[in-house]
Design a protein around this ligand. Structure first.
Ligand code: HEM
Length: 278
């Protein structure tokens, strides 16, 4: 139901973020005008999320501080820009890591461009209907989520009751902090190159999307959290990421910035800037 609406919301965010980053220079001349978010679609989207969260609270004892904060963010921002940015911080951060990956790993970008050229051509923008025919785009998004999880230590939760986990006693009230970073970079699951950015790990030999490792619940990463408290917006996020990545890559080429002598500047993929809502 939200697909067309979200498309407009997210693409507008991309436009407002990237020109300020100075990371890339679009060399393609085929830019299309990008749409703007409309108030009604954002309200519809946030309202549904609040309903979903309220339903969750009915079968859960209480909301922790982080969920309360998220609910507050989604329900109280009055103007469209704040509401969009409050609900979109994690998605926007993922897109920033993706942009950096495109600059740092040009061979990945080349393969993504090749897929878009072959499947879409140059006469029209990608749409959601194209999603099943763009496995490499999906694999790039999965790999960004795995490689640089927006919430590397997830969201803390407290145990409702005494519990045992793999021989360890967890008393009621214990705050548990999931180490999503470690899970996503676990060599036992992703192999010796787990720290590398390699979208192909999510594809089979025919280039089709693989079902992720069982430890990740087939997702290929644990960046949306776990179990009953898994991110309620993950499908929304996946759709936003897909249409943003597919359309920006269709229209643009990311290149490294150059110094005054025209030499490419090095790209730092390790430094993490810790500024944001979460
Ligand atoms: C790439 C984008 C996103 C990432 C990486 C992400 C990640 C997460 C994570 C790790 C959690 C905690 C899950 C847990 O406790 O196990 C969470 C919870 C949540 N997320 Fe997201 N999220 C994203 C996008 C969104 C979007 C777009 C929305 C809504 C528009 C959203 C709404 C929520 C809400 C309401 C919760 C709390 C759920 C609960 O406590 O029951 N998220 N998210």
């Amino acid at each position: 139901m939200f697909k067309g609406l979200l498309n407009r919301v997210r693409v507008d965010l991309v436009r407002s973020y990237y020109p300020k980053r100075g990371l890339w220079s679009p060399i393609d001349t085929q830019h299309r005008p990008m749409g703007v978010a409309d108030q009604a679609s954002v309200r519809l989207c946030c309202g549904t999320l609040i309903d979903m969260m309220s339903m969750r609270t009915k079968w859960r004892s209480s909301l922790d501080y982080c969920s309360k904060y998220l609910l507050m963010v989604y329900s109280t921002y009055e103007d469209e820009a704040h509401r969009s940015s409050g609900g979109a911080e994690t998605t926007a951060t993922t897109l920033k890591w993706w942009a950096l990956a495109m600059v740092a790993f040009p061979e990945v970008q080349r393969r993504a461009h090749a897929e878009l050229d072959a499947v879409i051509g140059r006469d029209r923008l990608p749409t959601f209907a194209d999603a099943p025919r763009l496995p490499y785009i999906h694999s790039v998004i999965k790999e960004v989520l795995r490689w640089r999880p927006t919430l590397p230590l997830g969201v803390p939760h407290a145990a409702d009751e005494d519990d045992w986990y793999e021989g360890m006693f967890i008393p009621k009230g214990t705050v548990c902090i999931p180490n999503a970073w470690h899970c996503n970079h676990d060599r036992a699951i992703f192999g010796e190159d787990a720290d590398n950015f390699r979208p192909e790990r999510h594809l089979d030999e025919r280039g089709e999307l693989l079902s992720g490792p069982v430890e990740t619940n087939q997702a290929g990463h644990v960046s949306f959290g776990f179990g009953r408290r898994i991110c309620v917006g993950k499908e929304l996020a996946a759709n936003s990421l897909f249409i943003s990545v597919a359309r920006v890559l269709w229209a643009a080429n990311f290149e490294r910035a150059r110094d005054e002598n025209g030499r490419e500047l090095p790209v730092d993929t390790e430094t993490i800037v810790d500024v944001g809502l979460l």
